[in-house]
Design a protein around this ligand. Sequence first.
Ligand code: GLY
Length: 357
Amino acid sequence: MKEIKINTDSRNYPVLMGTDILNKNNFKEFSHKEILLVIDSKIDESVKKEVQINLSNISSKYSELTIEANEENKSSDTLSMIHDVLIEHSYSRDCILFALGGGIICDITGFAAATYLRGVDFVLIPSTLLSQVDASVGGKTAINHPKGKNMIGAFHQPSKVLTDTKLLKSLEKVRIREGLAEIIKHALIKDKTFFKWLEENIEDLLEGNDVKLLEAISKSIEIKAEVVSKDETEQGIRKWLNFGHTFGHAIEVYGNYKKFSHGEAVAMGMVMATNLSQKILNLEKVEKDKIKRLVHSILTEELLKTEFHPKNLINLMSADKKKKGDNLNFILLSSIGEAQILSGIDESDIIESIKLT
Ligand code: GLY
């Protein structure tokens, strides 16, 4: 078992990582607590049972709620369902919410915890590679608004994160690729050595090699922990974590949240941000080619053939919450491991970068 400490201005908490993290010892500290478990409907039965037994055995009050995790359900209606259970069963301010699922379940449970009785504790048990390296660390909680993704939310840090890689065993390949997009992003913004390691190990990672995956998750969380410990509420360097996301969020909307998953959109967005980095920050061609080679390896042939209408994509970017005033913010690379925040970029340069080659 490995432990990484996340230290932020509002709270310090551990992320426990390994292959037997859901054993009862890691739940002991929650004995005699009022517990609500929010479960992703896609969770493997045996994992669900293990968590249910551990929590119901130790709690003073126990309820659970199963949610079908999709962007439509990341809504105020689902949030109300969680609050309804808490209110109907008179949960006190001392209660604790547990999220067992992917990013959607982590985000909505965190936001329910942030808003119930002005804030109660929560624990995350992320079940996908993407949520293990991203949503479970850093305390961004949110629901969607019909007009935009994650538009309503709060920074609210969990008390503990239990990251068990055995949960990844049943993941389809496409979901591994999604998580790899965010892992590559972490290397690109902060760690050239890790990027090199990813280049050398990408085949094993794509095959789901658990030892290598654990190493990649751990390194990725360390990078994210360092960033959020310096800037919990995204006033400065936390924006680096949005590398590829200004393009990526627009790509998700372009595909109506159906054609491209978040990870695929971010991977495609990273290729575009890399093109823009060469143009604006003179990122060296050899580095640009290395980045593209690695990112292309996690995208399918079919996705790589996607052609975007640049003007339409730019219009969708303008609706993104990552803009500053009327200016779009871009995270660009001067070299692998060195990120910068830029705005005021000419539209013609953005248009030129909208390609996957
Ligand atoms: N997913 C980016 C962040 O947590 O800031």
